[in-house]
Design a protein around this ligand. Sequence first.
Ligand code: UGA
Length: 429
Amino acid sequence: MNLSIIGTGYVGLVTGACFAEVGHRVVCVDNDAAKVRTLQAGGIPIYEPGLEELVARNRDAGRLTFTTHTAEGVEQSDVVFIAVPTPPLPDGSVDLSYLEKVAREIAAAMTRYKIVVDKSTVPVKTGDKVAETIKRYGKAKVDFDVVSNPEFLREGFAVEDLMRPDRIVIGVRSPRPVAALKQIYAPFDAPIIVTDINSAELIKHASNSFLALKISYVNALSVVCEATGANIQEVANGMGMDARIGRRFLQASLGFGGSCFPKDLSAFIKIAEQVGYDFRLLKEVQRINADQMERFVKKITDTLWVLKDKTIGVLGLAFKQNTDDIRMSPALELCHRLQKEGAALRVHDPKAMEKARAVLKDVTFVADMNAVAEGCDALVIATEWEEFKQLDLERVRRSLTHPILFDGRNLFDLAEMERLGFIYKSIGR
Ligand code: UGA
């Protein structure tokens, strides 16, 4: 089918590339001319495993094109996907101004029936607003349908998640657009559920909030584990074998971050407030997450005492592994906290150093992960990169002035760290 995607960020670009991969013709639109030029010239603006090859293959095959003009995308497609940012406002609610602007642009460009699909994460009832806007600003007064089709991909695994999704949610106001949406998703071999549009919008916020809740639950448990001598990983393994609970997203950490969970939690709390419900459970999820960072910083200061004039090595800057995304990254927050206490930092991240340079000042960026510990008073693991598990621990121990390692991601085995002679402090173990 002929598709366009307005907004070429993490969701828009990966979705566009995957749609093209299964044979659709896709026009990706973005108002950032530099980004579009990069994509047209064969470059890629973000790091996402497998994406570069996917984009190149489909661009070369002529199935994936890029433009800065919304009208061009709308003209060349039957179904228009919106994947623009919906960032948080200072009060926790969602800034829908990009979405509203795009809805007006689509309306102005429509000359025949279109299906307009929202993929951005939006508050429930936004679909109605989009429909009203298109109706109001449509010049040709042509027919259209608005659909909600939330995206559930994880950064760092985006291509994998998109090619093999757990489910496709299609929220509609009438049955008319369902067949086209099913046709678009037919090659993906995933269960499709069709709901009303409000339910589809809610499924997204409800899912992300639940996943965040799961992480805060395990992080709260980690506190009890530390106080009792239990091991959070064994507790999580035991819990996770119950199919009703599941082991995924029970990884204790220094807290969750990124551009989705913190923002979506605040938004969902606000949405509930606006309909008269005080979602205290989710407020507690936020509080536990904030406490987790406090507790980790305290663990470091309790051990090292004064941080002024000390040097700390930090492994990991991205908000999670397999990405160069540093938005709301717990690792970066930790760096800022340690700097505030007076520590000098030597840092490394496999992919996020370039982006981190813009926001992390007065630190030493180290290209080799095994060299970070040199001359440091302690080393901290802040992001769960798989490759950190391959750290040359003998060398690290010899490089540190004192063999102290704080692990905010529980990457190493306790007995092994003891054998190697580390003072090893992790989460909930
Ligand atoms: C999240 C959801 O997982 C996706 O399903 C959703 O589509 C996406 O938000 C979105 O709304 O766009 P993402 O933010 O890319 O995806 O990353 P996650 O893998 O969910 O990780 C989020 C944070 O939680 C990271 O900081 C990660 O390190 C942390 N985390 C995750 C834990 O601390 N423990 C865990 O067990 C899992």
